[in-house]
Design a protein around this ligand. Structure first.
Ligand SMILES: [Zn+2]
Length: 224
């Protein structure tokens, strides 16, 4: 921004700026920004001050000097308090809230299988359907889940093995037609991620989960 001082009090003072956005903000009668409001009030009571726009970086000496001074002010100038806009505050609050949430998620005790797949918190949905959520979280018609909530005294499947989601997706004889290949322990996470990102696998998983919900008696027939 460059200011051309008037040689006498009767002549207008022209302020040149290459910031179109600043000019537009000052021209906006509905602006709520406190600095903009202040400038508008000043301009209204000082009619001899005129604002003008000029193109940046095309060699207007005054403007280039002003730019240079502005840059120097960042490193050499005196700091001063500038109120931040509401949007900044909102972004800050959101960032702090997300970071608290992330901390709780990282250090929590429940939902660890979900944490493995979705380690980063976000307020955007992950895009899983009900069946996928049941499978990933283990919150479904599985003996492992029923035991956890004291609805059963053991977590055995009717076939005798541990009845957790992976058992039904890989070993349980009645779900053979929807079986996935058994993953090695170290690749279990990648295996799960692959299923959730492949449309064919997702469909198969959905059918498998539907079957487990509909035919739950096959799983829990040997209760207690
Ligand atoms: Zn079984």
């Amino acid at each position: 921004m460059a200011i051309k001082a008037a040689s006498s009090l009767h002549r207008p003072i022209k302020i040149w700026t290459d910031s179109l956005s600043s000019l537009m903000a000052i021209l906006n009668p509905k602006s709520h920004h406190s600095i903009v409001r202040e400038i508008q009030t000043l301009l209204l009571s000082h009619k001899h001050i005129h604002l003008r726009w000029l193109k940046a970086h095309v060699g207007y000496l005054g403007n280039e000097c002003a730019d240079q001074l502005a840059k120097e002010a960042i490193t050499k100038g005196n700091p001063f308090f500038l109120p931040k806009p509401l949007s900044y505050l909102k972004a800050e609050i959101k960032s702090v809230a997300l970071s608290i949430w992330q901390g709780n998620w990282d250090n929590g005790e429940t939902g660890r299988s979900t944490h493995d797949i979705v380690p980063k918190v976000s307020n955007k949905p992950v895009g899983w359907n009900t069946e996928e959520i049941m499978f990933v979280t283990g919150h479904g018609p599985f003996p492992s889940y029923l035991l956890r909530f004291n609805l059963r005294t053991h977590d055995n499947c009717s076939c005798g093995e541990k009845g957790d989601p992976i058992h039904y997706a890989t070993k349980f004889p009645f779900t053979l037609s929807w079986h996935f290949q058994t993953p090695t322990v170290s690749l279990k996470l990648q295996w799960l991620k692959n299923i959730l990102t492949n449309n064919f696998s997702r469909t198969r998983l959905r059918l498998l989960m539907h079957f487990l919900c509909d035919e739950n008696n096959l799983i829990v027939e040997n209760n207690n």
